[in-house]
Structure formats: structure tokens, C-alpha cells
Design a protein around this ligand. Structure first.
Ligand code: DC
Length: 231
């Protein structure tokens, strides 16, 4: 992609810290962000609201049609991103675990992935793009300039999610969160369509036991080595 605007891909399982690292990269470099998981979450939300079931062929086609027609706006606001679906602020709604599970279910359907393909590629542009997801380096941007795969143990990801949820939800349950994470990993990694896996040329960063400062240093070193940032 040397003559086009540069792309950094950040792939990996949920809760590994990709979102945080993508936000930092975007701040450091001033490049735009593609949160592809949010697109799948929006499909999950829309399909839930439409009462669609991934067990019915006709519903799978309907979900692909919803994906193609998603009326979404990503709005940058005070360092955070706000997401609107047909004018409704769904930023918080799509972060619910129920929506994550629905997203993962629909994301296993090749027609749904196909429906989001072109939309994702249109995010590339000047001065550069940071693309966060599961198949950014393998399928969407195979010629990306820098590919990073961020991972962490399922136990640690469950603990992080629990710490985040239990601040506001006293019913948060660590073993249930752990089971949901393992289920989602299994579904995302074992599906035939664009499974979760590192690209052959990706740098793998394991954030287990790391704090944000340590893992962001590792990512920063890669970007400095590319000459995109002074140390
Ligand atoms: O990154 P996330 O947790 O917001 O993603 C939600 C779901 O969407 C995740 O379980 C898998 C799916 N997904 C995908 O299949 N491909 C992507 N590029 C991004 C997300």
C-alpha cells in the first residue's frame, strides 16, 4: 500500500486491549479509526430489533440487507467516538454483552461479512487509517503497512471486563463473563468465513500481565520503527 494512504491493522480477540491501543495510535498519528466490531454490533442490534434468527436462511439474507443499508455515523467527540444508527445514539447500547454475542453470531455468516466489505475499505484515506477488528490484516486490508495482533489470556480478559462492569453493575459475574468470552472466541476463531487469526506478517503482542503503559510502549516502538513517529 506504499502509494496509498498508510493502514495499520489491529486484530485480536475481544478484551485484549485493541480498542485502547487503536485510540492511542489515532491520537499519536492523527489518523482516522475504523472500529469494525462496531459495524458487526450494529448488525447484531438491528437484527435483534427485527427479530431475525441466524438459523433461518431467509433471516440471514435479511440481516445481510440490514448490513448493506446500515445508516451509521461515527462522530468524534471530546476524544471519544459516538455512534449513531439512523440518528439514534447507540454508543452505550451496542457495548452490551447481549449485543456482542449477537454480533459474533451474525459475523459468522459469509453474506453478512460480504455486505460490510466495501464499506470497511472506504475508511482508508489520507493521512492514514487504524483498522481495529478480527480480519483487518487477513481479509480487509491484506496489504496494510503494519499489522498487529493483540491478544491476552481469556482469564485476564474476563477479569478486565468484570472490573469494568462491576463498577456499575452489582450482578456482574466473573465466571459467566469468562464463559461468554470463551464462547465468543471459539465462534470467532472456528468459523469458516474470515476466522480470527493473526496474519502471517503480523506482529503478535500478548498483553497478559501488562498495563496499558507497557503494551502501548510495544505498539509505539513498532510505529517509531516505521518512521511515522519520533520516539
Ligand atoms: O471487537 P468487538 O468485540 O466489538 O466485535 C464484536 C463481534 O464482531 C466479535 O465477536 C466478532 C465480530 N467481528 C468480526 O467478526 N470481524 C471484525 N472485523 C470485527 C468484529
Amino acid at each position: 500500500m506504499s502509494e496509498q494512504s498508510p493502514v495499520i491493522t489491529l486484530d485480536g480477540p475481544g478484551g485484549a486491549g485493541k480498542g485502547t491501543l487503536a485510540g492511542l495510535l489515532s491520537d499519536w498519528l492523527g489518523w482516522s479509526l475504523l472500529d469494525s466490531g462496531a459495524l458487526y454490533r450494529l448488525v447484531g442490534l438491528s437484527a435483534l430489533r427485527a427479530g431475525l434468527s441466524a438459523d433461518k436462511a431467509v433471516d440471514i439474507e435479511a440481516a445481510a440487507a440490514l448490513a448493506r443499508a446500515l445508516d451509521v455515523q461515527f462522530l468524534a467527540e471530546a476524544g471519544a467516538q459516538r455512534i449513531e444508527l439512523a440518528g439514534e445514539d447507540v454508543t452505550e447500547t451496542i457495548r452490551q454483552d447481549e449485543i456482542a454475542q449477537a454480533a459474533s453470531q451474525w459475523a459468522a455468516q459469509p453474506v453478512v461479512r460480504e455486505a460490510l466489505l466495501t464499506r470497511q475499505r472506504t475508511f482508508a484515506g489520507s493521512p492514514g487509517l487504524i483498522a481495529d477488528g478480527r480480519d483487518m490484516g487477513t481479509v480487509i486490508f491484506p496489504d496494510a503497512d503494519l499489522k498487529i495482533f493483540v491478544t491476552a489470556s481469556a482469564e485476564e480478559r474476563a477479569r478486565r471486563r468484570y472490573d469494568q462492569l462491576s463498577a456499575t453493575d452489582e450482578t456482574a459475574n466473573l465466571s459467566r463473563i469468562y464463559r461468554e468470552i470463551v464462547d465468543r472466541d471459539t465462534r470467532d476463531a472456528s468459523r469458516e468465513a474470515s476466522p480470527l487469526k493473526p496474519a502471517d506478517d503480523a506482529y503478535v503482542i500478548d498483553t497478559t500481565g501488562d498495563n496499558v503503559a507497557t503494551s502501548s510502549r510495544k505498539v509505539r516502538d513498532l510505529v517509531v520503527a516505521k518512521g511515522w513517529l519520533a520516539d
